[in-house]
Structures are given as structure tokens and as C-alpha cells.
Design a protein around this ligand. Structure first.
Ligand code: COA
Length: 192
């Protein structure tokens, strides 16, 4: 099946497929080219100010080797691209060490070429359905979004996260600007 070239060198699932099937799996070194599609894109990474941009394939390989592979819970968000699953984004759950592991931070990002098709919403629903069973002792998953990142806030609300409040002047953006953030949480007991 020929796929449209939506974002430079990257081919994404048919744009007519507005509700693609989503799967989660570990992300490996062989996924470096796909990983770059979002990790090198400022339209995506500006919302993840503490994550490094991977401008070259070498940097992507190094980041996967040094950060992704040893990560306690990191998954590629994949869609069926006509002949196998294809990573189009990432989702991670990072337990705060000083809290004895009962609380963890949720992070996620998708390649710009596939935004707006419900992929992140499906992925985050899958995460909350399984992560409390997979991470021992986890009771609370929290997500912190830029106050202007309404798309991300909508994803969290659709997955059942509760909006807890605004953290004033909380995030330092890549350009040095300090902005407010919104904090969300999902508890193990919030599962249906
Ligand atoms: C946040 C992100 C993962 C969302 O991915 P996505 O697959 O496009 O999200 P979905 O399609 O599942 O849902 C987006 C929702 O936001 C809504 N939305 C989109 N633009 C919006 C806007 N400007 N205002 C309000 N809602 C908006 C959509 O309508 C949709 O809600 P709906 O299904 O109820 O209509 C993606 O935009 C991304 O990677 N952003 C950069 C990284 C990032 O922000 N990560 C999160 C850090 S906390």
C-alpha cells in the first residue's frame, strides 16, 4: 500500500484513516528514524521543554540508547501503516524516586503529521488501563501541561484524568519564558 508523504521524509498512515488502530510497544534503536519525526520537531518538542531535541540521527540513537532503553516505562505509540505497526509517538511513565514509587509523571508526544486523529487519546486510555498493574506500588499518575496546551488537556480529560489546578509560573520554555501549568491526576482507584 502506498502511503502519503505528509511530513518531509516520513510517511504516515492514510490521512483518510481518521481513527487508526493504536498499539503500544517498547521503542528500540531500530526505530531511530521514526523517533526523529517527533523528537526533532519544535512544533512537538516546545511542549516538552526538559527533553532534548534530537536534530540528527546520531543524537536520536544516543538518546534511545542512554535514556529510552534504561527507562522504567517507555512505550512507542504505534499505528498500523499497512504492513506492520509504525511508531508515531511516545508515552512514558516516570516514578518519582523520592516518593517511594507511589506517584509517577506521565509524558507523551506525537509526530505532528498525525495530530488530530484521536491517536493520543487512545494511547493514554490504554496506559491508564494497564500501567497500575505493570508498575508495582503505583497509586497516582500525574500530568503537567502548559496552560496553553489545550489539545493535551483535552486528551487527559477524555482519558479520565481530573484537573487539579493551575501551577503558577511553573514551566520554563525553551526560549526561557516562564508559563503557568495545569496539573492533572489519575488514581489507581479511578479505574472503572
Ligand atoms: C498533545 C498531543 C499528544 C495530542 O495528540 P492528538 O492525537 O492530536 O490528540 P487527539 O486527537 O487524541 O485529541 C485532541 C483533542 O484536542 C482537541 N483540540 C485540538 N485542538 C484544540 C484546540 N485548539 N482547542 C481545544 N481543543 C482542541 C481535539 O478536538 C481533540 O478532542 P476531541 O476528540 O474531543 O475532539 C499532540 O498534540 C502532541 O504531541 N503535542 C506536543 C507534545 C505535547 O504537548 N505533549 C503533552 C505534554 S503534557
Amino acid at each position: 500500500m502506498d502511503l502519503p508523504d505528509v511530513d518531509g521524509a516520513h510517511q504516515w498512515p492514510d490521512a483518510a484513516d481518521t481513527s487508526p488502530e493504536v498499539t503500544l510497544r517498547p521503542l528500540g534503536l531500530a526505530d531511530a528514524d521514526d523517533f526523529m519525526a517527533w523528537a526533532s520537531d519544535d512544533r512537538v518538542m516546545r511542549f516538552l521543554p526538559r527533553r532534548p531535541m534530537c536534530a540528527t540521527r546520531e543524537q536520536a540513537v544516543q538518546h534511545i540508547r542512554d535514556t529510552v532503553l534504561p527507562h522504567p516505562w517507555f512505550r512507542a505509540i504505534c499505528v498500523d501503516a499497512g504492513g506492520g505497526d509504525r511508531p508515531v509517538g511516545q508515552v512514558s511513565v516516570w516514578p518519582y524516586a523520592d516518593e517511594g514509587g507511589h506517584r509517577a509523571n506521565l509524558g507523551y508526544a506525537l509526530a505532528h503529521g498525525v495530530w488530530g486523529r484521536g491517536i493520543a487519546s487512545k494511547a493514554i486510555k490504554m496506559v491508564v488501563a494497564r500501567v497500575f498493574d505493570e508498575v508495582a506500588g503505583l497509586e497516582r499518575l500525574e500530568a503537567i501541561t502548559d496552560v496553553d496546551n489545550v489539545r493535551s488537556q483535552r486528551v487527559l480529560e477524555k482519558a479520565g484524568f481530573k484537573r487539579e489546578g493551575v501551577l503558577r509560573r511553573y514551566i520554563v520554555l525553551r526560549n526561557g519564558e516562564v508559563t503557568d501549568a495545569v496539573i492533572y491526576s489519575f488514581l489507581a482507584s479511578d479505574r472503572p
